[in-house]
Structure formats: structure tokens, C-alpha cells
Design a protein around this ligand. Structure first.
Ligand code: PLP
Ligand code: COI
Length: 355
């Protein structure tokens, strides 16, 4: 499919002070769009000036949460070359989310090509500062213009770009996390392993309660027994317990993170054993009480590798690794960001130049 390009005649001023970018607040000059209609498939692929969308008030996405999204980043490498990190994985996951939400499949290769074209056009927006990147948000909405609840016949796929700094105000400094014991995020058979907007909308109440108490995010427990650790609001979670690294197994309700997958591949390639298994709250609390919970970190595209300094459950608060970043967490942060920014060799072939 051909991509038509309509350049923005009024490019915006780039942010002056990259240290104040924050996350997802500033957008570039262009966006990618294409439409899908039942019986016709995807059509009208185009890059247009970034602008508000026009949407019918009865649009399916507005009423029934017919929406999926992805998150990845473009990095300005030390050589100046702009690169993506494993974009094929994001579009493969988007297709799995689409299948769950009864939205149409993308041609993954075409989606990567469209993304490269867009990033190339807005390449000057990729920030230069240490730890900054261009956050990429592809999303898809069901957009029928009537109120019946059924499979959609009109869909839009859009990619927007946002030069960003750290997701957390703390940057690489440890974040404090609260284990949520009231709301649940997902159950098996639900939409937990899909990246759909509804999962996030439903998580905000617990997130707000945690923030009121001074915590950055919540750690979710399983939705049935509320006994097993699942993941954090916007990242997967890993622990080092008594010298061994473990992470909750993908059980159908956890988002299969690409950062998680990359860290597991990295550690295993170096001969480090990592357990993917059920981790109970009891086990975690006992390890914390006995001083065996050596490190905890979250991992995700936006959050990168984020050390957990304190973990709270009801009225108990545990300090982890002296409230500082632990050696394994630091190693993973340095290695992953080293590969992403081209400071370390990319022996896995994860880094894709936009050309
Ligand atoms: N879990 C949740 C709920 C997320 O929103 C994210 C972020 O995308 C992740 C995990 C980490 O996934 P990834 O590493 O693919 O960004
Ligand atoms: C990401 O890490 O890309 C995410 O999607 C997390 C987020 C919801 C901000």
C-alpha cells in the first residue's frame, strides 16, 4: 500500500529544555493514519499534520472501549542514527490485542514501514538529552457510527509521536509501590494480556489511592484469589529472592512485556537462571521479612528498568535494597539502555534503524 504524505505547513517549535519534557505531553508535527472498512480492508494510508480527530458522538470507541494501543520508542543513538527497539514485537502484540478485541489484523511489516516513514519525517523531534527518546503510540479504534454492541465495520489505525523524558518523576531513582488488595486489574479470559484502553481506565482508581499515600503505582494481585503477584500499572515486575531472579509467569492476565522478554533473553544468554512462575504474596512478604528480598524492579517501555525502593502491603512497608538501586537492577538498566542507545553491541539484532 502506498503512503501519501501531506507535510505540515506550520511546523511547531521544538521543546527548548529537554530536561522538562516529562512523559507524553508534547507531540510532533505529523501523524500516521489509515482506515479499515469491512469488505475493503485497510486503505488510505497517509501521513498528515498532527491535528485533532473528528469523531462521531456514537463512535464505538467512545461507548464500548473498542480500543487497543502500543508503546515503543525511537532512540537517538550515540552515532546520531535514529533507531527503533523491536518494533516487530509491538505490532505482533497489537495483532494479538486486536484478535481479543475483535478488531482487524494489521500487516505487521507494513506497520513497521509506516512507522519508519513517520519517524523519519519527524526525526528532528527525537530528543538528544541523556535518557530522552521519542515515545511512539500506535493505536486502533473501532469507529462505527451507531450504538449497537457488535463487531465493527469501520476502524482507524493511528500513530502519534511524543518526545519524552522519564516516565516517573524519579527517573532511575527507586519508586515506591503499593500492593493493591481491593481492585483487581484482570482475570484469565478477560483482557489482561491485551493492551486495550479499558485495562488502564479501570486501574486509575487504585493508582490514585496509591498516589495519595505517596506511592508511584500499584502492584496488582491475581483477580481470582488475590494471592499471586501479577504486574505493576505500566510495567512487569521482577524480583531477586535469595540470589535467584524470578518473575510472574505469563498466565493469560498479565501483559506480555517486550522489555520483560528482552531482559529474560539477555539474562539467559549470559547463563543466568530466571524463573517464570507463580509468586505468591505470602512468599514475597516472608522473603521481605527475612531479608531475602534482595531486589525488585519493574520493566517496561516507558518505565525502562525501574528499581522498587519500598513495597507496601496494607500497614506493612518493606525497604528493598536499602531503598537504593540494587546491582542486578543497575546492570539490567545499563545493559538494556546501552543496547537501545547504541553504546553496547546489539548481539540480538533488536535495534532497527529508521534509515
Ligand atoms: N504491563 C503493563 C500493564 C504495561 O502497560 C506495560 C507497558 O507497556 C508493560 C507491562 C511492559 O510492556 P513493554 O515492556 O512491552 O512496554
Ligand atoms: C508503555 O510502557 O509503553 C506503556 O504503554 C505504559 C503506559 C500505559 C504509559
Amino acid at each position: 500500500m502506498k503512503i501519501d504524505i501531506f507535510r505540515n505547513p506550520n511546523p511547531a517549535e521544538k521543546p527548548g529544555d529537554e530536561s522538562k519534557l516529562g512523559f507524553g505531553r508534547v507531540f510532533t508535527d505529523h501523524m500516521f493514519l489509515m482506515d479499515w472498512d469491512k469488505g475493503r480492508g485497510w486503505h488510505d494510508a497517509r501521513i498528515v499534520p498532527f491535528e485533532n480527530l473528528s469523531i462521531h458522538p456514537a463512535s464505538t470507541a467512545l461507548h464500548y472501549g473498542s480500543e487497543i494501543f502500543e508503546g515503543l520508542k525511537a532512540y537517538r543513538e550515540v552515532t546520531g542514527q535514529v533507531c527503533l527497539f523491536r518494533p516487530d514485537e509491538n505490532f505482533a502484540r497489537m495483532n494479538r490485542s486486536a484478535a481479543r478485541m475483535a478488531l482487524p489484523q494489521l500487516d505487521e511489516e507494513f506497520a513497521v514501514r509506516a512507522l519508519k516513514e513517520l519517524v523519519k519525517l519527524d526525526e528532528d523531534w527525537v530528543p538528544h538529552g541523556e535518557g530522552t527518546s521519542l515515545y511512539i503510540r500506535p493505536f486502533m479504534i473501532g469507529d462505527d457510527e451507531h450504538l449497537g454492541v457488535h463487531g465493527v465495520s469501520h476502524v482507524r489505525f493511528i500513530i502519534i509521536l511524543s518526545p519524552s523524558g522519564s516516565y516517573y518523576a524519579q527517573g532511575i531513582d527507586p519508586v515506591d509501590i503499593m500492593i493493591e488488595d481491593e481492585d483487581v486489574r484482570a482475570v484469565r479470559g478477560g483482557t489482561g494480556e491485551a493492551k486495550c484502553g479499558g485495562n488502564y481506565g479501570a486501574s486509575v482508581r487504585a493508582g490514585d489511592r496509591a498516589e495519595e499515600k505517596g506511592y508511584a503505582q500499584v502492584l496488582w494481585l491475581d483477580g481470582v484469589e488475590r494471592k499471586y503477584i501479577e504486574e505493576v500499572g505500566s510495567m512487569n515486575i521482577m524480583f531477586k529472592i535469595d540470589g535467584k531472579i524470578c518473575t510472574p509467569a505469563l498466565n493469560g492476565s498479565i501483559l506480555p512485556g517486550i522489555t520483560r522478554k528482552s531482559i529474560l533473553a539477555l539474562l539467559r544468554s549470559e547463563g543466568t537462571e530466571v524463573e517464570e512462575r507463580r509468586i505468591s504474596l505470602d512468599e514475597l512478604m516472608t522473603a521481605a521479612q527475612n531479608g531475602k528480598l534482595e531486589e525488585a524492579w519493574g520493566c517496561g517501555t516507558a518505565a525502562v528498568v525501574s528499581p522498587v525502593g519500598h513495597l507496601a502491603y496494607q500497614d506493612q512497608v518493606f525497604e528493598i535494597s536499602g531503598g537504593k538501586i540494587g546491582p542486578t537492577t543497575q546492570y539490567l538498566y545499563d545493559t538494556l539502555t546501552g543496547i537501545q542507545w547504541g553504546r553496547l553491541p546489539d548481539k540480538f539484532g533488536w535495534v532497527v534503524p529508521v534509515e
